[in-house]
Design a protein around this ligand. Structure first.
Ligand SMILES: Cc1ncc(COP(=O)(O)O)c(C=O)c1O
Length: 380
């Protein structure tokens, strides 16, 4: 029997309750029954984003909401600052370029975090910068960025928005939108929300709505004003991903039941156990100083190809994790602990990594990583 396991930083495992909800017959989105579900979803999203404002929903992957944020808050020729410390930072710069927005890039070596004073300096030097675009967790490197500190700097500039890609972060690690003065927070369904891919979210602050009023970039499907008008009536401008919205109502119910604080603590524990396990195997973290709680990037031992680790895990042990991208390709593997994941998933994942590394010729005492993970989980 080939039982498949998934510990990738998206898509992530889906709870049976969510799968069963999505197995229900389709309903019509202009019917009261759908509007009731959306009403509940709106409240649940505000709880998750920790905002009083509306969270917009789009039928797309997370990148759709990233694109929508650029096209709805800016004008052609605007200048913005992009923190680029990995694959997803690059995406912000690429989207800006596609829309004729000039992106000044703060280049962060992969695996490192950004120094907030660089953002402060850039904003002092050029008051015309309209927005700062960053990730909360840079999934491609496992690095955590100091969002609270950067946002405190940006909030002193009334003409600048703080835009956070929280796609692999929200619901796994702290990101209180209103408390930290975040202007746009973006998320996707296939991460901590424990759903299949297909929904993108954008929380939008009052300050950001001011920018939306003035934005002249072209937009059609990803039109924030149009969606705000509709969601306020428990509707959407176009046919929504009804089945995913039904699943979302269920996953948000589960999130509220567990409680955000407990969820964040669980992710912190899972991440710590993973890090300790890897260190016990003599391995180093790719982001050793500022690591995220949603994904751990691990440097593969010298002489072992990271892509091979991922391939053996998948083909021989039926565990899917992620490898490195671009400059990190072959050098790292990434184990996620994101969403519907508990301690025994991590113990299983660490055991599979140990067996794989042993098979690939890495010398260490089998079981050391599993033991280190178990010790973290047994701490009171
Ligand atoms: C931080 C981050 N940003 C953006 C994306 C892109 O999201 P999507 O593939 O849903 O468009 C991802 C996906 O892994 C991500 O982790």
């Amino acid at each position: 029997m080939d039982k498949e396991y998934l510990l990738a930083p998206g898509p992530t495992p889906i709870p049976p309750e969510v799968l069963l909800t999505m197995a229900n017959p389709i309903i019509h989105h202009r019917a009261p029954v759908y509007e009731e579900i959306l009403q509940e979803v709106r409240e649940g999203l505000k709880y998750l984003f920790q905002t009083k404002n509306e969270v917009l929903i789009f039928a797309s992957s997370g990148t759709g909401a990233m694109e929508g944020t650029v096209s709805n808050t800016l004008c052609a020729g605007d200048k913005v600052l992009v923190v680029e410390g990995g694959k997803f930072g690059e995406r912000w710069a690429n989207i800006c370029q596609a829309f004729g927005v000039k992106a000044q890039v703060i280049s962060v070596p992969w695996g490192q975090s950004v120094d907030p004073s660089l953002v402060a300096q850039a904003l002092e030097e050029d008051p015309a910068i309209k927005a700062v675009f960053t990730q909360a967790t840079e999934t491609s490197t496992g690095a955590l960025f100091p969002i609270r500190e950067i946002a405190a700097i940006v909030s002193r500039h009334p003409g600048t928005l703080m835009v956070v890609d929280g796609i692999s972060h929200l619901g796994a690690q702290e990101l209180p939108m209103d408390e930290w003065n975040l202007d746009v927070v973006i998320c996707g369904s296939q991460k901590a929300l424990m759903l299949p891919p297909g929904l993108a979210f954008a929380g939008v602050s009052d300050k950001a709505w001011g920018f939306v009023e003035k934005s002249t970039l072209p937009k059609y499907y990803f039109d924030f004003k149009k969606e705000l008008k509709n969601i306020a009536k428990n509707q959407s401008a176009y046919t929504p991903a009804i089945t995913l919205i039904m699943g979302l109502a269920q996953s948000l119910r589960m999130i509220r039941k567990e409680g955000l604080a407990n969820i964040l603590a669980r992710h912190a524990r899972l991440a710590r156990a993973t890090r300790e396990a890897m260190k016990a195997l003599g391995l180093s973290l790719y982001a050793p100083k500022a690591f995220a709680n949603s994904v751990t990037a691990v440097l593969t031992p010298p002489g072992i190809d990271g892509q091979k680790v991922v391939q053996v895990l998948r083909d021989r042990h039926h565990l899917t994790i992620a490898g490195g991208q671009d400059q990190a390709k072959g050098k790292i593997f990434r184990l996620a602990h994101l969403g519907f994941v508990n301690s025994f998933d991590i113990i299983m994942g660490v055991a599979a990594v140990e067996m794989t590394l042993k098979e690939l010729g890495y010398g260490f005492e089998l079981g050391r990583g599993v033991r280190a993970a178990m010790e973290v989980f047994m701490q009171k």
